[in-house]
Design a protein around this ligand. Structure first.
Ligand code: UDP
Length: 323
């Protein structure tokens, strides 16, 4: 584990990783990456790498969890043992149980659960690489995966943290800022700015909380734009694929085309035979143009006679010698 840095913000007002105070880390999103999930999303938030998979609406097991008027949303956050510097003990623990609970609550209200009574919508998030802010990264991925699964929702949920280092508010804390900073406040919001998750670790004045919330709101808005764009790109790509499939010939068309091809082949074969026969006859026939003038025809006939006579000459000579 790295030591506490002396300063988090330099004289130019930049943070340890060169970011401005209100700058979030780079976000990359890929939609529909898992073939067996109903919806999925791979997301990178700085050095955080998470994978979200959504299954459902589907039957509830165990049955006693089933709700007669709505779907239940289940959320499982898991941190892979290799995702952190000091290997994490595999399996659930208090932290992952807490993160799963608050994340489920952050998403549940956005889902039209009343459309699917007695069913379950399961969200699984695996943290593959952790670098502070995994719960917010996981929520962003889960929200996109839900949309990819076609679950009717009021809108996307976007998440981003803010905190305090060197008595200064910063957005989207890095690992050192998270570990050694004065406060860490993960936030999740709906598109219209309704807060669905707010946790706080550390100390802030009411003023700082207000300002920080505005900073996080701007961060969430930026994340939302990236989520939205990723979904749009994915569906544009899917539409193109579907279009290609629609343009492909139907089975009937293929069969008809094959039949036509066969009959064309038969005609061609017949034609070839005819051509061959015709060709042989033509070779045997002397070339006499039908409309050729009489003189030309006579010349050709004479030529033929000369050839015949020339061929017969040796016989005559042989006969002569015998005599
Ligand atoms: N962390 C770790 N081991 C753990 C839990 C967390 O190394 O068992 C690291 C990890 O990088 C994580 C960071 O500590 O991102 C901050 O954890 P926190 O509980 O604040 O949750 P997060 O910020 O990831 O949502």
């Amino acid at each position: 584990m790295s030591d506490k840095p002396e300063k988090f913000i330099d004289e130019n007002g930049l943070r340890l990783d060169g970011r401005k105070l209100d700058q979030i880390r780079d976000v990359k999103i890929e939609v529909g990456v898992l073939a067996r999930a109903d919806g999925s999303c791979y997301l990178e938030f700085g050095n955080n790498k998470v994978m979200a998979a959504v299954y459902g609406p589907r039957e509830v097991h165990p049955r006693h969890q089933q709700e007669s008027t709505r779907a239940i949303v289940r959320y499982k956050y898991n941190m892979a043992s290799f995702s952190v510097e000091d290997r994490k003990r595999p399996g659930p623990d208090r932290r992952s149980t807490e993160v799963s609970k608050v994340s489920r609550e952050a998403l549940e209200d956005q889902v039209f659960t009343e459309y699917f009574p007695k069913s379950a919508i399961d969200v699984f998030v695996e943290v593959l690489q952790a670098d502070a802010g995994t719960r917010t990264a996981a929520l962003n991925a889960a929200s996109v995966a839900l949309a990819d699964a076609g679950i009717p929702m009021r809108g996307l949920v976007s998440a981003c943290a803010f905190g305090k280092v060197d008595d200064t508010l910063v957005v989207d804390l890095s690992k050192d800022e998270d570990n050694y900073g004065q406060a860490d406040v993960p936030i999740a919001m709906t598109q219209d700015g309704k807060i669905t998750l707010l946790q706080m670790d550390g100390h802030l004045t009411p003023e700082e909380l207000k300002t920080g919330l505005l900073m996080a709101q701007e961060g969430c808005r930026q994340v939302y734009e990236i989520q939205r764009q990723a979904l749009m790109d994915h569906y544009a790509k899917m539409q193109d694929t579907n279009k290609d499939e629609t343009e492909a010939p139907s089975v009937e068309e293929v069969v008809t085309a094959e039949e036509n091809k066969d009959s064309e082949d038969v005609t061609t074969e017949a034609e070839e035979v005819e051509e061959e026969v015709a060709g042989e006859t033509d070779e045997e026939k002397p070339e006499i143009k039908e409309n050729a003038p009489e003189e030309e025809k006579e010349e050709e006939e004479t030529d033929e006679k000369i050839v015949e006579e020339t061929v017969e000459e040796p016989d005559t000579e042989e006969d002569d010698s015998h005599e």
